[in-house]
Design a protein around this ligand. Structure first.
Ligand code: ZN
Length: 162
């Protein structure tokens, strides 16, 4: 388990990276099907223009989500990047988040569990209700309502085969 002092880590501009299996992140394991899947993560500390310590977290990997319609597996390519700006207390954090709606705040934690942070950020990055575009076409996935060029292509292929 990796535990860091979040402020000291940032001020010293430290870096940490690793891999973690879904199986060792219990809340994520509840949300995905393939527990052997591995996530690659990296954490970088720094101090921003306003002298605030921050953590830059990147996580990537391929997860198998459960389609909310047919309950079968659905591949999801995860690639998230988050800057977590750190604050000494809740009031400062709230104030900063109000002033900048894109800001993601984090309370300074002298014993921050890095893997718990990774898990939290991955859970936030997952689509709320993943659904296949067409549940009978296993290889097609859609994670939003935007038209997906691959889905269109798959439909064309299916039509040709009929
Ligand atoms: Zn489905």
């Amino acid at each position: 388990m990796s535990v860091i002092n979040s402020a000291e880590f940032a001020i010293a501009r430290e870096q940490l990276a690793g891999k973690v299996a879904v199986a060792s992140l219990p809340r994520l394991a509840d949300a995905v099907l393939d527990h052997a899947a591995e996530l690659v993560w990296s954490l970088e500390g720094g101090v921003d223009k306003l002298e605030r310590p921050y953590l830059f977290l990147q996580v990537s990997g391929e997860l198998q989500l459960r389609c909310q319609r047919c309950l079968k597996a659905m591949p999801f390519q995860l690639a998230c990047e988050t800057v977590l700006t750190q604050f000494a207390d809740e009031a400062l954090l709230d104030e900063a988040e109000e002033a900048d709606e894109d800001l993601e705040g984090l309370l300074i934690d002298p014993a921050l569990d890095v893997l718990a942070l990774v898990e939290e950020e991955v859970l936030l990055a997952l689509p709320y209700a993943p659904r296949h575009d067409r549940c009978d076409a296993d290889d097609v996935m859609i994670v939003s309502d935007k038209p997906n060029p691959f889905a269109v292509l798959a439909q064309l292929k299916t039509r040709k085969a009929e």
